[in-house]
Design a protein around this ligand. Structure first.
Ligand code: 2BA
Length: 111
């Protein structure tokens, strides 16, 4: 068994949640905050059998869009971006689709 941990843009979270449910995946949605942009995103915890991992990731990928957002200049005093020269600063960053971790599950119990 694996635990899929998927960080999804808030604008995609409703659809991803609905499609996971329709697809038969049991998921927990946690409201989370990106450490860089400090804006809301959603983190899904999805426990799946090993042979369902790729299907689950394909579903998340399908409904998670890439977006460009304005770079929040000066938001993070210690960020790499802040230390760059102004000319080198990108004005936009690409966010998403989804950021996904797949973890081995040592034990799973519902008691
Ligand atoms: P945030 O941390 O708010 O990052 C939003 C976007 O900002 C990132 O999009 C990336 O394009 C950019 N970014 C992040 N850190 C940066 C930095 N130090 N310098 C320049 N640009 C930076 P994504 O890569 O698509 O990430 C979307 C969200 O997924 C992140 O939101 C964070 O919540 C999560 N995430 C991404 N990579 C992660 C990782 N290795 N570990 C844990 N969470 C991660």
């Amino acid at each position: 068994m694996k635990l899929i941990l998927a960080i999804v843009h808030n604008d995609d979270a409703y659809t991803v949640n609905a499609k996971l449910s329709v697809g038969g995946f049991l998921a927990t949605k946690i409201s989370s905050t990106g450490g860089f942009l400090m804006s809301g995103n959603s983190t899904f915890l999805i426990g799946v059998n090993d042979d369902c991992v790729e299907d689950c990731i394909a579903l998340i990928k399908r409904y998670s869009k890439k977006r460009t957002q304005p770079m929040p200049v000066g938001m993070h005093p210690d960020s790499v971006i802040r230390s760059a020269t102004p000319a080198a600063m990108p004005s936009e960053i690409t966010v998403g689709g989804a950021t996904i971790f797949v973890l081995n599950v040592e034990d799973f119990r519902q008691v």
